[in-house]
Design a protein around this ligand. Structure first.
Ligand code: MTE
Length: 325
């Protein structure tokens, strides 16, 4: 079973969440806990093929989703202002406040995603073709950045497996590669060669299909703000934050390990796997602990192996995770 930890005692959403954001929630599943878990265990069942008419994306900014059925980490939620004001999205600049300042320039509707490679179904699809907006779940995940800080965010999305299954990947698909949208006139940071644009990431197929891996379309009850990766981004909670690629516009099923932006730019510092690992220091700093964003200047916690998501350990059985960083 996925959820090992009980809900955190003593913390209510009202302690940490701006009230107006949570008041607009609507419950669409009758029995949140049981149904959400059913949804998870059935994530590998056949999906409607892409192209089936889907529910339209909501336009007023709020999303329907199942009530928080479980919390997959402990700790207080990071305040909304920090989640949306302290970001890494280098396409808009390297400063933490650049994305909040400049990401509104990105056009996210309409949005198309190119799907190619080893799959029976490929082509160009809309967000609604990829994500079943009637099956959104909330997942409270800690995201641990390689820069040694973390946030706990109430994400809304669907398991990535439910997205990928729609394309019926073939047995040659050993990895899945992702690319971020690139538009130099809308994304001022891409006018500088900070990374080899477009931003690229990838997962091994079993990592991508793991039930923890989320394709997020919202947070805090609302559609994703642009600076957090609208209209859809990955959240891979046991890996350093840079694996959680934002504003995805291409998905490729490939047979070889795909190039990834940070590994390309500094291979000694960033590897393909990038599992959170307190025992392996970054060449320039320790990864043993992390700053808790939004909890005051001195709030820190010890970093946990796999960011605390022990259920993924079996994916790496027999691998040396200090070599395969
Ligand atoms: N995706 C793109 N396209 N560009 C980026 O610069 N930064 C990554 C990741 N996804 C990044 C990206 C890093 S380093 C982190 S820590 C997370 O996004 C931050 O996500 P957040 O701003 O929603 O907290």
């Amino acid at each position: 079973m996925l959820i090992k930890r009980p809900p955190l005692a003593g913390v209510t959403e009202n302690d940490v969440t701006p009230k107006h954001l949570y008041l607009n929630r609507r419950k669409i599943m009758a029995a949140g806990g049981a149904l959400a878990l059913t949804g998870l265990t059935s994530a590998c069942s056949a999906q409607e093929p892409a192209g089936t008419p889907a529910a339209p994306r909501v336009s007023n900014g709020s999303l329907d989703f199942s009530e928080t059925a479980y919390r997959v980490t402990d700790g207080d939620l990071t305040p909304y202002d920090a989640v949306t004001g302290y970001n890494n999205f280098y396409e808009f600049g390297t400063g933490k406040d650049d994305p909040a300042r400049y990401a509104d320039a990105m056009t996210t509707d309409p949005w198309s995603v190119q799907v190619d490679g080893h799959a029976e179904r490929t082509g160009t699809f809309s967000v609604e073709d990829l994500v079943d907006f009637n099956a959104l779940e909330e997942r409270i995940y800690r995201l641990r950045c390689v820069e040694a800080w973390s946030m706990v965010i109430p994400w809304i999305g669907v398991p990535l497996s439910s997205v990928l299954e729609r394309f019926r990947p073939t047995s040659d698909a050993r990895y899945v590669a992702f690319e971020t949208y690139l538009n130099r006139s809308e994304m001022r940071g891409t006018r500088f060669p900070v990374l080899d644009w477009p931003y690229k990431e990838g997962l091994r197929m079993d990592e991508a299909m793991h039930p923890l891996t989320l394709m997020a379309v919202g947070l805090y009850g609302e559609v994703l703000p642009n600076q957090n990766g609208a209209p859809m981004r990955l959240v891979v909670p046991w890996k350093y934050g840079f694996k959680s690629i934002k504003s995805i516009s291409r998905i490729s099923f490939v047979s070889e390990q795909p190039p990834t932006s940070w590994k390309q730019s500094a291979p000694r510092e960033y590897g393909f796997y990038s599992n959170v690992n307190p025992n392996r220091s970054h060449p320039r700093w320790s990864q043993a602990s992390e700053r808790i964003i939004g909890a005051g200047p001195f709030a820190r916690r010890d970093t946990e192996m796999f960011n605390g998501y022990d259920e993924v350990a079996s994916l790496y059985a027999g691998m040396d995770l200090e070599e395969n960083y």
